[in-house]
Design a protein. Structure first.
Length: 620
């Protein structure tokens, strides 16, 4: 059926549509309230002045669509398809943004405070998001110092007690595990932390002052001093906060700015009237996309994946065409009423102006950094005589110790910056022992086979850690996957040692060099060159990532083998033990009675576990 005939069959319902190229690839994905009207509009003369549509139309040979029940469903389906297929004419949506949150486990008898990037529907209270991780950890240290909630992950229901840990001796914990504080008294401390995280500073300070004066009047000087320290802790936290609204609402404030082909979206996270944190999203080649598309991309990164903590209000500087769809999505999928507003005056307008000033400053800084990065990338291309500008680099590294726990890492560099959301780690499955060449073949084969199956773009440059052997392995796999070396660049980065030469080198020293396919001579890199620095940064990050993963697996295998040696204790019971007692150390020191009291652990299991850990102890 021809494209023209298909256009006549389009339904007048909400849904998504996909344009296909002659090779059968998806080149554009869109959504529509009315599929018939939206898709046909591309072929009207009035739209032929749009630069992107002018380039898109000649490449469309087919169209397909999916009807949805609601516009909100179309919005989410469009988002998933763009992230999966990376169509050429869509703005490329990045992976969803993840921020740290404070988590207060109020569903537990003795709640604890922790930092997390995962928001779950588990009954806990979440506070955030916080963008600056360093400042957030500093705040966490202040809270832990002056409001010593428990830090262990033990399940405490008040029915049994344990010996207090070192944190109690250091006055960093109230030892609820040992029954040294009642749930009511512990709850008072939790309430103070809640006030602190909500930003109710004045109310909290007044309550603490009253309690401190009361304790001092009763000659309870130690307790009064503790309350005084808590007041100081609140003030330390307060110094880092900025009150920007008297309405004490949860708001995310967006503003956008453009300059010289770049665009930036500034986001302010306001919680309970306090400017909690902010973030900035940079878009290159932004002249190809409308303001609507850039705002839509930012909303997608922040809200469309996982159980994010959503604000009550989103403030935008201009009308967003998909506002109704977005609000429907939040209500249907997140069970949160979110309102998109376009303030013209008052405090909310002032927030937009703050966002606008920050957007302009951040875009200027980012543009200067981008210009410097582009110069470095062009220098790398010239130095190594690469066919393509190495804007996107994928680097692979193998890690093992004496041939055990073979793993590999892949790190991604985009525009001279790490793209950590795209890092990957691999367990080597088909290779035993220390065979780096075979391991490299397996990893590259798995990765680039998946890329081709998912129609994802190839990198500009593949960098392997090693010399001609590793390079030959990579070259073989790319050939097997029918990836020609005229499509991408492939290099290896290796280390060498100079030899002593009379009058030239008086002592040996290390140097780095690059190997390329079909080139006999290696490329020596000057010691302080920008090219060497560029490649070393990427290679060292791949090595760090691989080593970290290798250590994780070694730690897990050690823990697994220790518990699995206990007769009759399978995966489910091991998990129960660790969850109930908070760690393998506590399992080893637990008595038979403590073990027997755990739900799911029988008396015979308790005796086997105790015997396993105490069989070497002298009797009598």
């Amino acid at each position: 059926m021809s494209l023209i005939d298909k256009l006549k069959l389009l339904p007048e319902q909400p849904g998504i549509y996909r344009f296909f190229s002659e090779k059968g690839k998806i080149i554009y994905v869109g959504k529509a309230k009315n599929l018939k009207n939206r898709v046909r509009s591309y072929f009207l003369d009035s739209n032929r002045l749009d630069y992107r549509i002018i380039n898109l139309l000649p490449n469309i040979v087919d169209v397909e669509w999916i009807v949805t029940d609601t516009e909100a469903e179309a919005l989410i389906l469009e988002d998933k398809l763009i992230k999966t297929h990376h169509p050429k004419y869509n703005i490329q949506l990045k992976d969803d943004k993840s921020y740290p949150y404070f988590k207060l486990s109020v569903q537990e008898l003795y709640p604890r405070l922790s930092l997390t990037r995962e928001v779950d529907k588990d009954g806990a209270r979440y506070f955030g998001p916080y963008v600056n991780v360093t400042e957030t950890r500093a705040t966490w240290r202040v809270i832990k110092r002056f409001f010593p909630l428990r830090q262990s992950k033990m399940m405490l229901d008040g029915t049994k007690t344990y010996r207090p840990c070192l944190n109690y001796q250091l006055k960093k914990c109230l030892a609820p595990c040992a029954g040294l504080i009642t749930p009511d008294d512990y709850g008072l401390m939790v309430e103070r932390v809640l006030h602190l995280l909500k930003g109710n500073f004045e109310e909290l300070i007044q309550n603490l002052k009253k309690e401190m004066e009361k304790r001092a009047a009763n000659l309870e000087y130690e307790e009064a001093a503790s309350l005084r320290d808590q007041i100081n802790g609140v003030r330390k936290t307060l110094q880092k906060q900025r009150v920007v609204s008297s309405q004490k609402r949860d708001q995310d404030v967006f503003c956008m700015t453009r300059s010289g082909g770049f665009a930036g979206v500034q986001v302010l996270f306001v919680r309970n009237g306090i400017l909690l944190s902010d973030d900035f999203f940079l878009f290159k080649n932004a002249e190809l996309y409308s303001d609507q598309e850039l705002i839509r991309s930012t909303l997608s990164r922040l809200y469309f994946s996982g159980d994010k903590v959503l604000p009550k209000e989103i403030l935008l500087p201009f009308k967003y065409d998909d506002a109704d769809m977005f609000e429907q999505y939040c209500l249907a999928n997140k069970q949160v009423n979110v309102h998109i507003l376009y303030p013209q005056r008052g405090e909310k307008r002032a927030l937009l102006e703050i966002a606008a000033k920050n957007a302009e400053q951040n875009l200027m800084v980012k543009m200067q950094a981008a210009a410097a990065d582009e110069l470095i990338i062009k220098q790398v291309q010239r130095s190594l005589k690469l066919k393509k500008l190495p804007f996107r680099v994928e680097c692979f590294d193998i890690s093992n110790i004496s041939g055990t726990n073979n793993v590999a890492s892949m790190v991604v560099w985009e525009g001279n910056k790490a793209s950590k959301s795209e890092y990957r780690k691999f367990k080597i499955k088909s290779v035993e022992g220390a065979n780096d060449y075979a391991a490299m073949e397996e990893v590259l084969g798995r990765h680039y086979k998946r890329l081709k199956e998912e129609n994802k773009p190839l990198p500009d440059l593949i960098l392997v850690d090693g010399g001609k052997g590793q390079l030959a392995s990579a070259e073989k796999i790319l050939s097997d996957q029918q990836i020609e070396l005229d499509q991408i660049d492939l290099i290896g980065l290796a280390k060498g040692r100079s030899e002593k030469r009379s009058g030239v080198f008086k002592e040996t020293h290390d140097f780095e060099y690059v190997v390329k396919p079909k080139r006999k001579n290696v490329i020596h890199l000057r010691k302080n060159s920008s090219t060497l620095h560029f490649l070393q940064n990427i290679r060292d990050e791949a090595h760090r990532f691989a080593i970290t993963y290798h250590r994780q697996l070694r730690g897990k295998s050690g823990l697994h083998s220790k518990l699995e040696d206990i007769p009759g204790i399978g995966p489910k019971k091991r998990k129960t033990l660790l969850k109930s007692l908070g760690g393998i150390k506590n399992i080893g020191i637990a008595s038979v009675e403590e073990l027997d009291a755990i739900k799911g652990i029988s008396t015979s299991d308790a005796q086997s576990i105790y015997q396993f850990y105490h069989s070497d102890e002298p009797s009598g």
